[in-house]
Write a protein that binds this ligand. Structure first.
Ligand code: MN
Length: 227
């Protein structure tokens, strides 16, 4: 039996104001990086940040001014949104000092760390990995990358109703500290994306819902949940 081998495409995300694409190398995510969300997930205190990953091709790139369409994933009854600031690495390195970290950043985007909360919860209970809860196909919708440094508010509405709201300054570990910590564990490379955690208010979505995330300075990210 023969078949034609189709090589996998390079995962990529949009760049604001450009037709060029930013190739994605890896997707790192920070857990519990806003105090109010850590509390809603049952944690308190400033422990060292912890990380998990999604596959690079979990990105669902959403071009400027368009609405992304995310298929409702299989094997879950509790798909939840987490609005996050995404940092794109433009220059790699390991053991990066906090003071040098910002110089490794290429740009910033709005992202959604979509989560099968029921599967993640079962994994936590059993001490198992989070891959099925966090790293599934299309689990990382992301808007275009901007070069400007954002600051200020981060929020998410579902069907026009506010769900999540916070300020980037409320991160437990700021962007520079996160890059420094992550680079002690992995050698960062150009093309890496880092999801930097979500504020409180995570909740379920259903097919037909329209999610609209906003971060001051980065515009908005719109995603509709499909069947
Ligand atoms: Mn998250």
């Amino acid at each position: 039996m023969t078949f034609v081998f189709s090589p996998p495409a390079q995962a990529s995300v949009a760049i604001a104001g450009s037709a060029d694409l930013f190739p994605v190398h890896r997707i790192y995510c920070v857990g519990r990086n806003y105090a109010d969300h850590a509390i809603e997930m049952g944690d308190t205190g400033r422990e060292a940040p912890f990380f998990f990953m999604k596959p690079a091709d979990a990105v669902l790139p959403v071009a400027e001014g368009s609405v992304g369409v995310m298929p409702y994933p299989s094997m879950t009854q509790d798909l939840q949104h987490e609005i996050e600031l995404v940092v794109a690495i433009g220059r790699g390195g390991k053991d990066i000092a906090v003071a040098d970290a910002v110089a490794h950043i290429w740009g910033y985007a709005i992202g959604l760390d979509m989560t099968r909360r029921d599967l993640q919860g079962a994994s936590k209970k059993l001490g198992r990995p989070w891959c099925t809860g966090k790293g599934f196909d299309y689990s990382a919708p992301i808007g275009p990358l901007h070069r400007e440094v954002p600051s200020g508010t981060i929020s998410l509405q579902v069907n026009g109703v506010p769900r999540q709201a916070g300020t980037l300054g409320n991160m437990i570990w700021n962007v520079a500290e996160t890059i420094a910590q992550l680079s002690t564990l992995f050698e960062l490379q150009a093309g890496d994306l880092i999801f930097t955690g979500t504020p409180a208010g995570v909740a379920a979505v259903v097919p037909g819902d329209l999610l609209e995330g906003r971060i001051e300075g980065l515009g908005s990210l719109q995603v509709r949940i499909d069947q």
